[in-house]
Write a protein that binds this ligand. Structure first.
Ligand SMILES: C[S@@+](CC[C@H](N)C(=O)[O-])C[C@H]1O[C@@H](n2cnc3c(N)ncnc32)[C@H](O)[C@@H]1O
Length: 331
């Protein structure tokens, strides 16, 4: 069993950390399941998962969608200028979406939260990623399920991108609630936390400034940049950097990470990059298609996905070069 570990050089979690980034010796589990998550969770044995990160639909009241846009070279009618001054016209190729409206959001989440608790091992942690619309209701529900003492942190993921309404403060953050199954004994690899620059490096001296500092519970990180290789075209995709920070700090190489609202598979990629096993679940065929392409280099096992994968061209790139100009929100 791993324990809370804050000292370099001692303890099981620290020694395992030294091989972070290297695939564990055991063949890793890398599984993607197409199913309603409540059904799929019931098949997961008790206490076998080390870390759960979930990012359910936020109950925004409108479907979450992203258009796929392809750029066609068109010197006559092209409205964009690209590489070497060539002109391009954009055409819509597809639209990916999932519903995001619930009559009773908490009634939907509650049985899934309970399954998550059952599946989590005693040193494990549970992360719920939501936003200002539902976070307070979720917190009360989670306190009831886990016990208030199991609540450790609310992490604010702050970003700065997209439209700025003039009638109120622009909402530019998400909320990530962290619960530890056992608040006295949980995995927290302090020394695996990435360091960030000081805001006023001149005040701390050159050595400290060069080393940087560990982040607080407010994490500044850009949304997935529109033209980055990371962008998959799946609506509400979360940045790898945010999920990687959670995975490195709250699990060890070889551990099993579960995400049962998998979307674009960001949690799977973050887990694989750091030598963790993963199980991803989603009930949207478009999610499975994107995950299959995104995680192809890692050799994934699929469950219930045959019909979807039969008509998926894994060689087609995830996203075309010019993106949806309206794509400026996380949820
Ligand atoms: C906010 S997105 C997750 C985005 C993901 N974190 C990422 O970075 O790409 C929520 C996902 O939950 C999935 N979902 C919603 N209800 C579900 C259910 N009952 N079972 C499985 N997946 C579900 C949706 O299809 C969607 O892909």
């Amino acid at each position: 069993m791993t324990t809370v570990s804050t000292a370099a050089g001692g303890g099981d979690s620290v020694s395992r950390l030294q091989v972070d980034g290297v695939i564990a010796q055991e063949p890793p589990t890398r599984k993607v399941i197409f199913a309603d998550n409540l059904e799929a969770l019931a098949a997961i044995p008790d206490e076998c998962v080390d870390l759960i990160y979930i990012d359910p639909p936020f109950n925004t009241g409108r479907p979450q969608s992203r258009k796929g846009i392809r750029a066609i070279r068109d010197e006559t009618h092209g409205d964009r200028v690209g590489f070497q001054g060539n002109r391009y016209r954009s055409i819509q190729t597809s639209s990916i979406q999932y519903p995001d409206q619930f009559d009773d959001y908490l009634a939907f989440l509650e049985p899934r939260f309970r399954e998550a608790k059952r599946a989590l091992n005693p040193a494990g942690s549970f992360f719920l990623h939501v936003d200002y619309r539902e976070v307070h209701y979720c917190k009360i529900l989670l306190d009831q399920i886990w016990g208030r003492e199991s609540f450790i942190n609310e992490i604010i993921w702050a970003y700065d991108y997209g439209g700025r309404p003039k009638s109120r403060w622009p909402a530019k953050h998400d909320n990530i609630l962290w619960y530890a199954k056992d608040p006295r004994d949980y995995t927290f690899n302090y020394h695996a936390i990435d360091r960030i620059p000081y805001m006023a490096p001149g005040l701390v001296g050159p050595e400290k400034a060069a080393r940087g500092k560990t982040p607080t519970d407010v994490w500044w990180n850009t949304i997935v940049p529109t033209n980055s290789a990371e962008k998959t075209g799946y609506p509400t995709q979360k940045p790898l950097a945010v999920i990687e920070r959670i995975i490195r700090a709250h699990s060890n190489p070889g551990d099993l990470v579960l995400d049962f609202f998998a979307g674009s598979g960001a949690t799977g990629e973050a887990a694989a990059k750091h030598g963790r096993s993963f199980v991803l679940i989603d009930n949207n065929p478009e999610s499975i298609r994107i995950i299959a392409k995104r995680l192809a280099p890692y050799g994934v096992q699929f469950e219930g996905c045959n019909a979807i994968l039969q008509d998926t061209n894994l060689n087609q790139p995830l996203l075309s070069p010019i993106q949806d100009p309206d794509d400026d929100t996380t949820n």
